[in-house]
Design a protein around this ligand. Structure first.
Ligand code: GLU
Length: 480
């Protein structure tokens, strides 16, 4: 690895789904790495065995592949690296930057109690910092603590937050290895970032305070310091911290429940806190070319589901019809109880997709194609079909039955002819037609509807509603 090559990483703790904020962090890491021709790596921080689950790991990997957030090299699992973390703690003991602390949990609880009573900040008082264990500590459990700098200050030139300074006196001697020998999160992060060659740590600004502690370990080991970029968290549209109510769902919910396309979610997340002039629609390729971490704003961005839906509408219109048919088919199937004709769905897509913002809206718009006869009419559609409209439907049906070729042009000519001879506008014919053919008062253009349904289906649906079917039915009863 050359000294200049950029390595970023996304380091989720698998205690829940891949949420939208995590996905944005991953995206920024990926774009930064790709922009600089470097690597984007993935580390699963699964050291909290009680809270990390395989299901959560799978959800993260799945969400990342769906969003095309492809990482380089193999996934690093933090839990598998405990021996290496211990090794570094021992190296720090050996070089004098760490020490053994034999304080018992009771003693530390007492210390905290005293500090609380005196309204002092709660922090370790360094009671073992300048003291070696004697014979009475033999065989007793100990924690390994960092011998932190007590004087001066630590500055971070954060690529997003600017220069941030902390007085070293504010940082106590944190634990690196617990008395049961397990490494702490602070140690694990630093060791893993170093071993993975991470040059740029891009993560949520809730980790900014940790960076100062982590730097203490990095300096004690004499390792190169990474650059930091702490990005503001995402807030809800009302400015409050993002919660489920605001759309803080797992990315799987954006796919499955909300029916979003991955390119729309990516585009939305990119624009959440970063911008390129007034550009709204930004492809992955452009994002890689344009992304600069300095362009990320310092204030929290507000999540806006409406904007995401609008972007999704844009990407639906751009998407290939076959792909959309494949994505929409299972949604239609859930609504109608059987697998729909995919070829028909794909043929209808040019008319369906401009009218929708989500895959579910496309599925809903496609229902008329697969509706069972006689169609169930919604209230508005039923109200349209009075006696006059029924008569008109009968005439239209006859006119359509007579055309030789079932093409858009021939259909349109026939329907216009009906309107003309009835002395009414085209809309007056189109409305009842739509109601009879789709059961609704909104649908794709009426000629497209007729073409998609085909001659036979169109004619029987019109027959159903034109009074003719009822007559046929009446005859059938009479004949019995
Ligand atoms: N595992 C941490 C989290 O999920 C991130 C740690 C880091 O990026 O340094 O919040």
């Amino acid at each position: 690895m050359s000294a200049s090559s950029v390595v970023t990483r996304f380091a989720p703790s698998p205690t829940g789904f891949l949420h939208i904020g995590g996905a944005r962090t991953a995206l920024f890491n990926l774009l930064f790495a790709r922009h600089h021709g470097g690597k984007f790596r993935l580390r699963i921080e699964d050291t909290d065995k009680a809270r990390s689950t395989q299901a959560a790991i799978d959800a993260i990997l799945d969400g990342m592949s769906w969003l095309d957030l492809n990482w380089d090299d193999e996934v690093v699992y933090q839990s598998q690296r405990a021996a290496r973390h211990v090794e570094v703690a021992e190296a720090l003991l050996a070089n004098g930057h760490a020490y053994r602390c034999y304080a018992t949990p009771e003693e530390l609880a007492e210390l905290r109690e005293q500090q609380r009573a005196a309204r002092q900040p709660l922090r370790y008082d360094g009671r073992w910092r300048d003291r070696e264990g004697g014979p009475e500590q033999e065989g007793k459990p100990f924690a390994v603590r960092l011998r932190a700098q007590t004087e001066g200050e630590t500055a971070i030139d954060d690529l997003v937050q600017g220069r941030v300074i902390v007085q070293n006196s504010e940082l106590d001697d944190m634990i690196l290895l617990r008395s049961d020998g397990t490494p702490t999160y602070m140690l694990a992060v630093v060791v893993d970032d170093h071993d993975m060659g991470v040059t740029h740590v891009i993560r949520g600004d809730d980790h900014l305070n940790n960076a100062f502690r982590q730097l203490g370990i990095i300096k004690a080991m004499g390792w190169p310091e990474p650059a930091y970029a702490h990005i503001p968290l995402i807030h809800g549209s009302d400015g409050a911290k993002l919660s489920k109510r605001h759309g803080a769902l797992g990315v799987d919910a954006y796919r499955d429940e909300l029916g979003m396309l991955p390119e729309a979610v990516n585009n939305y997340l990119l624009r959440l806190g970063w911008g390129h002039g007034d550009d709204e629609i930004i492809s992955r390729e452009q994002a890689v070319e344009w992304f600069d971490i300095g362009g990320v704003g310092r204030s929290p961005s507000r999540f806006d589901l409406k904007k995401l839906e609008n972007l999704n509408g844009h990407y639906l219109r751009e998407a290939a019809d076959d792909r959309l048919a494949e994505l929409v088919a299972p949604r239609v199937e859930r609504l109608i109880g059987h697998a729909p004709d995919r070829a028909l769905l794909a043929r209808a897509m040019p008319e369906l997709k401009p009218r929708a913002k989500t895959l579910d809206e496309i599925a809903d718009g496609a229902l008329f194609l697969f509706a069972e006869r006689p169609l169930a009419l919604d209230d508005k559609a039923a109200a349209l079909l009075d006696a006059r409209a029924q008569a008109l439907l009968g005439q239209t049906r006859d006119a359509l039955a007579a055309i030789s070729e079932w093409s858009g042009e021939a259909i349109e000519a026939a329907v216009r002819q009906v309107a003309e001879s009835a002395g009414i506008g085209l809309g007056k014919v189109a409305q009842p037609l739509r109601a009879a053919l789709t059961g609704r008062t909104t649908s794709p253009g009426i000629f497209d509807v007729l073409v998609l349904l085909g001659r036979e289906e169109s004619l029987v649906r019109l027959g159903d509603q034109s009074g003719q079917a009822k007559n046929v039915h009446a005859h059938a009863i009479e004949e019995q």
